[in-house]
Design a protein around this ligand. Structure first.
Ligand code: ADP
Length: 357
C-alpha cells in the first residue's frame, strides 16, 4: 500500500544537496535505516498532535464522501516527518503513494507521464516542491484544479495543444522553504500544515519505539539525554540512537545508559545545549564581527557552508532557540548566543565605541 514507487531515480527522492545539508554527516545517510524506523500509522507517530488531529478529520471526511483528499502542503525544517506523514496519509486513505521531488521533474513531459500513469485517488508526494521548475509548476495548476493538462504538440507554426485528462489525485508537497513558493501555487493547496520542532517528551517516545524496532536496550535517562540534545528533530534523535548503539555494543554491555549517551554525544561534537560544531562556528563568526549584523554570504564563506544550507538547516533552530536574530541588515548574535560560545555580550557603551572605530 505505502510504496515509494520512484518514477524518478532514487537520488532524486533525497537529493545529494539535501543529504549533505544536514548535521551529523548525513551524506552517508542510510535510507534503509530511516525507512525501517518510519511509522506507517498515526498511532505510531508521536508529536505534532494538532496536525495529526486535523489530518485525521480531513481523511475521515474525504473517505466518507468517497472523494480524494484535498491537496496538502507540509512545510518545516528537514527531518520533522513530512515524508512520513505523506506515507501515513496514503496508508489511511488506502491508496498508493508515488514519490518524486521538485528537481526531478525537469520538464512538463515528466509530469504528464507521471500523472497519466496514476490511478484515481492516489497520492503524489513531491519533496522539495519549492524547487519545481516554473514551467512544470504551471502545468500542475490545471492538473490540481481541473484534473487535466494541456500538452503542446509540435512547435512553431504547427504547434497545437491537446488536453489530457488525469485521474483525480492528491498532491502532497513538502518544503523547507514555504516562502519560496509562488502565491498562486500555495493558494492551490487546500490544506497547509507547518511542522514544528518536537519537545523532548515526544522525542523520548520516538526513541523508545525505535529502540524496540532495533532491539536495543535504552534506559530512561539515556533516552532523555539523547532527546534533549537532538534539536527537536526525529531524524537526528534516531541517528543518535544508531551511534549510541555502537558505543553501547563496543564500550558497554549493549545497553544505552546515560553514560553511553553522553559519550556518544561527545564523540559527535554535540554540546550540552544540543549545538553542533557548525552551529558554534556560525555563532563564533558573528561574535568575531562584534555580534553583527553580518550578511548571510559572509557567514557562509566564513564557515564554509552554502547559504542555502545555513538558511534551511542550521538557522531555523538557532533562531527559534534565540541564539541568533535575523534582521534586514543581516544576522545578529543574541545574549544567549554569546553565552553559547563562552563570551560576554558587549555592553552598549562598548559596542558604541566598537562602531565608532
Ligand atoms: P522530512 O520529510 O520532514 O525531512 P521524514 O519524514 O523523512 O522527515 O523523517 C525523518 C526520519 O524521522 C524518518 O526515519 C522518520 O521515521 C522519523 N520520524 C519523523 N517524524 C517522526 C515521528 N513523529 N515519529 C517517529 N518517527 C519520526
Amino acid at each position: 500500500m505505502f510504496t515509494n514507487e520512484l518514477l524518478a531515480p532514487i537520488g532524486a527522492f533525497c537529493t545529494l544537496a539535501d543529504m549533505s545539508a544536514e548535521p551529523f554527516n548525513t551524506a552517508a545517510v542510510d535510507k534503509a535505516f530511516e525507512n525501517r524506523l518510519r511509522p506507517r500509522a498515526f498511532a505510531d507517530f508521536p508529536g505534532q498532535d494538532q496536525i495529526k488531529h486535523n489530518l485525521q478529520i480531513y481523511i475521515a471526511a474525504a473517505r466518507k464522501r468517497g472523494e480524494p483528499l484535498d491537496h496538502i502542503l507540509f512545510s518545516g525544517p528537514p527531518g520533522l516527518g513530512k515524508t512520513t506523514l505523506a506515507g501515513i496519509i496514503a496508508c489511511e486513505m488506502g491508496v498508493e503513494m508515488r514519490s518524486t521531488s521538485g528537481p526531478a521533474l525537469e520538464r512538463p513531459a515528466d509530469l504528464a507521464g507521471l500523472l497519466t500513469s496514476m490511478k484515481e485517488g492516489e497520492v503524489l508526494f513531491v519533496d522539495e516542491i519549492h524547487r519545481l521548475p516554473s514551467a512544470v509548476e504551471e502545468y500542475l495548476y490545471s492538473a490540481m484544479e481541473d484534473w487535466a493538462i494541456d500538452v503542446v504538440m509540435e512547435s512553431g507554426l504547427y504547434a497545437r495543444s491537446i488536453r489530457l485528462t488525469v485521474p483525480r489525485f492528491t498532491l502532497i508537497g513538502a518544503t523547507t522553504r514555504e516562502g519560496l513558493l509562488t502565491a498562486p501555487f500555495r493558494a492551490r493547496f487546500g490544506i497547509v500544515e507547518r511542522l514544528d520542532y518536537y519537545p523532548p517528551e515526544a522525542l523520548v517516545a520516538i526513541l523508545k519505539r525505535s529502540a524496540d524496532i532495533l532491539r536495543v536496550r535504552l534506559t530512561d535517562d539515556g533516552a532523555g539525554e539523547l532527546a534533549c540534545r537532538a534539536r527537536g528533530t526525529p531524524r537526528i534523535v534516531n541517528r543518535f540512537l544508531a551511534r549510541a548503539r555502537d558505543v553501547a555494543e563496543v564500550q558497554g554491555n549493549g545497553e544505552i545508559t546515560l553514560a553511553v549517551a553522553q559519550e556518544c554525544l561527545r564523540m559527535l561534537g554535540v554540546d550540552t545545549r544540543g549545538l553542533t560544531e557548525m552551529d558554534r562556528r556560525l555563532l563564533e563568526v558573528l561574535g568575531q564581527h562584534g555580534g553583527g549584523p553580518v550578511g548571510l554570504k559572509t557567514v557562509a564563506v566564513s564557515v564554509g557552508e552554502t547559504e542555502d544550507t545555513l538558511e534551511n538547516v542550521y538557522e531555523p533552530y538557532l533562531i527559534r532557540e534565540g541564539y541568533l536574530l535575523k534582521t534586514p541588515q543581516g544576522r545578529k548574535l543574541s545574549a544567549k548566543g554569546y553565552e553559547a560560545i563562552g563570551q560576554k555580550p558587549p555592553t552598549q557603551i562598548g559596542s558604541l565605541f566598537a562602531n565608532i572605530q
